[in-house]
Design a protein around this ligand. Structure first.
Ligand code: NAD
Ligand code: FE2
Length: 388
């Protein structure tokens, strides 16, 4: 038997993880991209309000780089915002794009880098592997410790009232990712909790991914889960705990590297309709269904969950099933300790909505195919009922 089946692994080539690095952004960029002259900083109004765009922008100017700030990104960015941002980059004649924000801003930055310098229309790049040619230089600076978008090859766009579409392409891997916890100090506790649990889900689902599980993603997922499980509650309880914040950023990035190569599964498949229809933030949608999907998966993934329990609940003992159950219980306890919503009812979902949610989840065939246990429409309905 071959213990190590063939696999491929891609990630961002240059990563800077350093407290205070954002205020040296200009120097990092001048060193890495000596010819760039005009940077577009991409962010959203919420992050702009923190005032934390000023330091990186000033350091770029000090390095002789002209800066324009595009700050109209909204959560779960709609196509129209992407097109508007591409237009802003063209008007500014930007020669480098810098995502500075959560997953929403970083995803928009990826698409600007692809579309502003190229000939393709956005409609042509949805799906897997449809980006042609090169993009503008791209740097990603996360301000939530969550999506891992700074190191993934995916961008997610809201394309209808309730539908999201992904662009997946190697060109979406940034040239540089910069992790600086000083940017995340003001992230509110409930956002810290939801985005942090999203990152934990990335690690768990990568570790149990049915098709592309690989030794590199496994190592990254395990380290990610260790960092995230030890630091999520401290980061929620004391938002100014710099060490916990930097550990969260690192954990979220490692989880991003893991799932970019061993993709996520049913937790995300069942979370998407909750976000799409009820505008529940991505991390919270995941957190709401997480324990119920894990419990459903237990019979197929108990051995792998038991391995992860050793990281999240070091004292857990007993049978493989008991340790797998311990992981589920620990994830439930973490969510409870943060005070985020725990049931679908609490986010305004009614029992009469569950059938539609189950129908919509079944459309996520790419994600469901990665799940360790086959999910039928009845299974999805039962998981939503358990989460209700
Ligand atoms: N590309 C990927 O690999 C990937 C993976 C998962 C999710 N996503 C996408 O990412 C998006 C979600 O990203 P997210 O969870 O990071 O949230 P987000 O980017 O939507 O931001 C959420 C909120 O947090 C605020 N915020 C961000 N950083 C802050 C800070 N440091 N201080 C204070 N407020 C701050 C923002 O203003 C915003 O209101 C969704 O669109 C989702 O589909 C992408
Ligand atoms: Fe996610």
């Amino acid at each position: 038997m071959n213990d190590f089946p063939a696999f491929t692994f891609s990630t961002v080539a240059h990563i800077v993880s350093e407290l205070g690095a954002a205020n040296k952004l200009g120097a990092h960029i001048a060193q890495r991209f000596p010819t760039v002259k005009r940077a577009l900083l991409v962010t959203d109004p919420g992050f702009l309000k923190t005032g934390l765009v000023d330091g990186p922008a000033a350091s770029l100017r000090t390095a002789g780089i002209d800066v324009s700030v595009y700050s109209n990104v909204v959560a779960d960015p709609p196509e129209q915002i992407v097109l508007e941002a591409v237009d802003a980059a063209r008007r500014h004649r930007s020669d480098i794009v810098i995502g500075l924000g959560g997953g929403s801003s970083m995803d928009v930055a990826k698409l600007i880098a692809v579309l502003a310098g190229g000939e393709q229309h956005i409609g042509a790049i949805y799906g897997i592997g449809n980006v042609k040619g090169v993009r503008l230089p791209l740097v990603q600076i996360p301000t939530t410790a969550g999506t891992g978008s700074e190191v993934t090859n995916i961008a997610i766009v809201t394309t209808g009232a309730t539908t999201k579409t992904g662009v997946v392409a190697p060109q979406l891997y940034a040239d540089m990712a910069l992790l600086d916890a000083e940017l995340t100090l003001g992230l509110p506790p409930l956002v810290t909790a939801a985005t942090g649990i999203d990152a934990m889900v990335h690690a768990i689902e990568a570790y149990t991914s049915r098709h592309k599980k690989n030794p590199l993603s496994d190592v990254l997922a395990r380290k990610a889960l260790a960092l995230l499980s030890a630091n999520l509650i401290p980061a929620c309880e004391n938002g100014r705990d710099l060490a916990a914040r930097q550990a969260m950023l690192l954990g979220a990035m490692l989880a991003g590297q893991a799932f970019s190569n061993a993709p996520v599964a049913a937790v995300h498949a069942l979370a998407y309709p909750i976000g799409g229809t009820f505008h529940v933030p991505h991390g919270l949608s995941n957190s709401l269904v997480l324990p119920h999907v894990l419990r459903f998966n237990l019979q197929a993934a108990a051995d792998l969950y038991a391995e992860l329990a050793e990281i999240v609940v070091p004292g857990a003992g007993g049978s493989v099933e008991a340790r797998g159950e311990a992981l589920v219980g620990a994830m439930q306890q973490i969510a409870a300790a943060t005070g985020i919503e725990r049931t679908l009812q609490q986010v305004g979902i009614k029992e009469t909505d569950l059938d539609q949610l189950a129908d919509d989840a079944m459309l996520q065939t790419r994600l469901l195919g990665n799940n360790p246990r086959t999910v039928t429409r009845d299974d999805a309905r039962a998981i939503y009922a358990a989460a209700f």
